[in-house]
Write a protein of this length. Structure first.
Length: 353
C-alpha cells in the first residue's frame, strides 16, 4: 500500500514537471511575454546627452558605430544607397517610409522583431518581394536601415490608456533633435509649433495631431485617424533594446529574457490575457511540484508513519513503483554496507587478544 501511494505521488510529481515545462515553452512562444522592463522618469531621459553617434535611453545603449560597420546589415545599406543616398535625419526616414509604403502591403507578417527566430536581412528580403507587414515591420526595418548608415534612430512603442498600441520610431535630426516618426504613415506628430519627440508628446498639454512630415497637410499611408486624439500619448512609451531589430552584438537583457525595454509615462506595460493565464498556471504548478517533492521525500525517509494516504485509487504507473522500490533497495544496501564498514573499523581499532 505504501509503495502504491508513493508511486502515485511520484507520478503526479513527474506530471507537474511536464506541465511546468509546457507552460514555460508556451510563454516563451508568445511575443511580449518574456521581456525585462524598467521604468524611468522623463527627467532622467532629458539629462542624457545627444548622440555622438552612440546614445542611450534609460539603461539601454545603442552602439551606432557597431551597427554602421556590421556585415549583417549590408543589405540595408545597399537598399538605402540605391533609394535614399546622401539623406540624413528626418529626410532619410521619409525616403525609407515612402519606399516601404510602395513595396510592402499592409497585413499580418509571417514574423516580427519580437520573435526569437527573427532575422532582419531575411525579413527585408521577404517584404521587398511583397510580403505584408504592420507597424512593427515598418518601424523595425526603417530604424535598422537608419542605424546601418550610422544615423541615430530607435523603435518606440506607444502604449495609450485606451486606444490600440502602435510602433513608431524616433530619428535624430541635426536641426530638430529627436523627432517621432511613423514609418507606417510617413508622418510625424506636431503640437502646431514644431515636430515633437515621443518623450515630449508625453509631457505636453497641447493638442497633438499627425502631419505629413515631408509636406504639412498632405496625408498618405495607413492609420490616418490614429493621431487625431491626443489621448494616444496619455499612457506610456517603451523603447525596446536595439538587438531585437538589428540582431547585432549581444543582448542587453539577462539570458532567460527575450529582450530589455525602457519605459516612460503613467501606465506601465501590461501583459495580455494569454500571458496572465500562463503565468498563473506556472505559479500554481510550481507550488504543487514543490509540495509533491516534499511529500515524496517524507515518504522515502519515514514510510512507517504514512498511513491513510489521501490517494485511494489503484496503481497507475508501474515505473513510479519500480523507482520507489529501487530507492528502498539502494538505501538498504547503503545501510548494510555502512554497518559492515563500521564493524571492520571497530575490529581494527580494538583487536581481540
Amino acid at each position: 500500500m505504501l509503495e502504491n501511494s508513493a508511486g502515485r505521488l511520484f507520478f503526479l510529481w513527474l506530471s507537474f514537471a511536464f506541465i511546468i515545462v509546457t507552460l514555460l515553452l508556451g510563454l516563451k512562444w508568445l511575443p511580449y511575454s518574456t521581456v525585462s522592463i524598467s521604468h524611468f522618469s522623463i527627467e532622467a531621459a532629458r539629462r542624457q546627452p545627444h548622440p555622438t553617434p552612440n546614445f542611450s535611453v534609460g539603461d539601454i545603449e545603442w552602439n551606432v558605430e557597431q551597427y554602421r560597420a556590421a556585415p549583417e546589415l549590408e543589405s540595408f545599406r545597399s537598399f538605402f544607397e540605391i533609394n535614399c543616398k546622401g539623406l540624413k535625419g528626418l529626410d532619410a526616414s521619409i525616403c525609407l517610409s515612402d519606399k516601404f509604403l510602395k513595396t510592402i502591403p499592409f497585413g499580418e507578417p509571417q514574423t516580427e522583431m519580437y520573435l526569437s527566430n527573427y532575422s532582419p536581412a531575411e525579413d527585408l528580403e521577404k517584404h521587398l518581394k511583397g510580403f505584408p507587414g504592420h507597424c512593427v515591420t515598418y518601424s523595425a526595418l526603417t530604424a535598422t536601415a537608419l542605424l546601418s548608415l550610422g544615423i541615430p534612430a530607435r523603435v518606440v512603442q506607444i502604449i495609450p490608456g485606451s486606444a490600440g498600441g502602435h510602433n513608431v520610431i524616433e530619428v535624430w535630426d541635426e536641426k530638430n533633435g529627436w523627432i517621432l516618426f511613423d514609418a507606417l504613415s510617413g508622418s510625424a506628430v506636431s503640437d502646431d509649433k514644431h515636430l515633437v519627440s515621443a518623450l515630449e508628446s508625453l509631457e505636453t498639454s497641447k493638442p497633438l495631431h499627425r502631419v505629413r512630415a515631408e509636406n504639412k497637410g498632405d496625408s498618405n499611408g495607413y492609420l490616418k485617424e490614429y493621431y487625431k486624439d491626443e489621448t494616444v500619448f496619455s499612457g506610456a512609451i517603451i523603447y525596446p533594446e536595439p538587438y531585437l531589430y538589428t540582431r547585432v552584438g549581444e543582448k542587453q537583457s539577462l539570458p532567460f529574457f527575450r529582450g530589455k525595454f525602457a519605459g516612460f509615462g503613467k501606465n506601465f506595460y501590461f501583459l495580455g490575457t494569454a500571458q496572465n493565464i500562463l503565468l498563473g498556471g506556472i505559479i500554481i504548478s510550481c507550488l504543487a511540484f514543490l509540495w509533491l517533492a516534499a511529500s515524496i521525500i517524507n515518504y522515502c525517509h519515514f514510510p512507517s508513519k504514512q498511513k491513510g494516504l489521501m490517494f485511494k485509487a489503484k496503481p497507475i504507473n508501474r515505473f513510479a513503483q519500480i523507482a520507489f522500490n529501487t530507492y528502498n533497495k539502494r538505501s538498504n544496501r547503503l545501510k548494510t554496507y555502512s554497518a559492515k564498514e563500521a564493524n571492520q573499523q571497530s575490529e581494527i581499532v580494538s583487536p581481540t587478544n
